[in-house]
Design a protein around this ligand. Structure first.
Ligand code: CMC
Length: 428
């Protein structure tokens, strides 16, 4: 049996550190006593080799392209489950029985309304505000509306806050969009399922009834499943870091939305579509590849690369297939898909992309599907936020239920000025 410890030696001091084993994946060296024992910190910018917590929610094997939610392969969930069932699974740890699912669905459905005063809040935004700005601020503001769920020590309040976030996110997302285009805000319809209800709130107009296309709802449900969780990604780590201070769930999730917005994370889907539009034609793909390889250009291929997946992103495979199916079923011929296919083909053959292990990620094709579903570009990252809410609330609950939680407080390598004397203004 291998020695379950690691010994580190620094100058004349050495320390034996225990290994922490999970149920799968590499073991971790527990360095929590390192500073005390040796006076050294560890340095790991971007946390590329650091596990920040224990979690039983999602497992990723980046080398093999494996993604499991609570042990279930993403491929099986994408094929056979629904977003709401996946949300239950992430939250509760098990797939629901029929009775549990009915109760959960009922509970989510009956918390979809947003407080009427939130409309006043939305009206405070300028008409051209980005919906992510409105979503982030509105979700943070929920803590001012729902005081009965701010006691994070109370498990019932925690669960109710989680349900509220899951339920209200699509309502607020659709309201933000409609406000930005000057359409009247729609109330959620209880008779519809989670995804249909969202589509209804997005697209229904007073002048004519809305015919919901099942192809659209099915595709959106799949995209929501694929985006529901991804272990300790930047936004989830943000939710946990904010949550570790004892902040309320709405503030914690609003912080996650802010983190998601960046183009290196959830903002990539919007950036992909902008990039494909800029490339414009398959004949310009070669030039885009050359620019992406030139570090001086500051240009990256959006929708390519991933911190963890170094072989392929299993979500991208599923989305790629769905993208073709949706476009075919909806009878859409989108020239951007041709640009995307050409770009993917050229990048996968290119030595730079092969050596750097850069493959299309989940966001590469999702924008094209969203476009086909008539979701406006500035709403793409909002779609991601709706789906990732399932993961954020599951992690927020887990962090409060797992013993041993501490405030997240990283250290630094200080590179600033050493101590010096203050100089009076007239002497500088
Ligand atoms: N195009 C060109 N070069 C790239 C790209 C890219 N998309 N991504 C990484 N590289 C290069 C990078 O320049 C670096 O090269 P070198 O080692 O020669 O200096 C190397 O690959 C490693 O890059 P990194 O930035 O250190 O890698 P990371 O793990 O810190 O970043 C990433 C991962 C996803 C932020 C990055 O690949 C990226 O910026 N991709 C484009 C944005 C994107 O699609 N983001 C969505 C991620 S998936 C969904 C989600 O998490 O929200």
């Amino acid at each position: 049996m291998p020695n379950p410890n690691v010994t580190l030696t620094a100058a004349d001091r050495s320390v034996t550190l225990p290994l922490v084993e999970g149920s799968q994946g590499p073991s971790c060296v527990d360095i929590s006593s390192l500073y005390r024992e040796t006076g050294h910190f560890t340095f790991d910018p971007g946390f590329a080799a650091t596990a920040s917590c224990k979690s039983a929610i999602t497992f990723i094997d980046g080398e093999k392209g494996v993604l499991l939610y609570r042990g279930y392969p993403i491929e099986q969930l994408a094929e056979r489950s629904s977003f709401l069932e996946v949300a239950y699974l992430l939250l509760e740890g098990e797939l629901p029985t029929e009775a549990e699912m009915t109760k959960f669905e009922h509970s989510v459905t009956h918390h979809t309304m947003m407080h009427e005063s939130l409309k006043n809040f939305l009206r405070g935004f300028h008409y051209d505000a980005h919906p992510m700005a409105m979503l982030c601020a509105s979700i943070a503001s929920l803590s001012a509306f729902y005081h009965d769920t701010l006691d994070i020590q109370d498990p019932d309040q925690r669960r109710l806050a989680a349900i509220r976030l899951l339920a209200k996110m699509p309502t607020i997302a659709a309201a933000s969009y409609r406000y930005s285009i000057g359409w009247p805000i729609r109330y959620p319809r209880n008779s519809l399922g989670y995804v249909d209800r969202f589509l209804h709130m997005m697209f229904e107009v007073p002048s004519e009834p809305l015919e919901l296309n099942p192809v659209v709802a099915e595709a959106l449900d799949l995209l929501f499943i694929l985006h529901a969780d991804h272990e300790q990604n930047a936004s989830t780590s943000t939710v946990r870091l904010v949550g570790s201070t004892g902040a309320n769930p709405y503030a914690s999730v609003a912080a996650g939305i802010a983190a998601l917005w960046g183009p290196a994370h959830g903002g990539a889907n919007e950036a992909v579509l902008k990039m494909l539009t800029e490339i414009g034609d398959a004949k310009n793909v070669g030039r885009a590849i050359e620019r992406a390889k030139d570090k001086q250009s500051g240009f990256r291929l959006m929708g390519f690369g991933h911190r963890v997946y170094k072989n392929f992103d299993p979500r991208a495979r599923i989305i790629r297939a769905k993208c073709h199916e949706v476009l075919h079923k909806l009878g859409i011929h989108d020239p951007l898909l041709e640009v995307a296919l050409k770009l993917e083909e050229a990048a996968l053959k290119d030595d730079y992309f092969i050596e750097h292990k850069l493959y299309p990620n989940v966001d590469f094709y999702s924008g094209i599907i969203y476009k086909a579903l008539r979701i406006p570009t500035e709403m793409f990252t909002v779609m991601f936020a709706i789906a990732r809410t399932a993961g954020w609330i599951a992690h927020w609950i887990e962090q409060h239920e797992m013993p041993g939680g501490r405030i997240g407080r990283p250290r630094q390598v200080y590179v600033g000025a050493t101590p010096r004397e203050y100089v009076a203004l007239d002497k500088r």
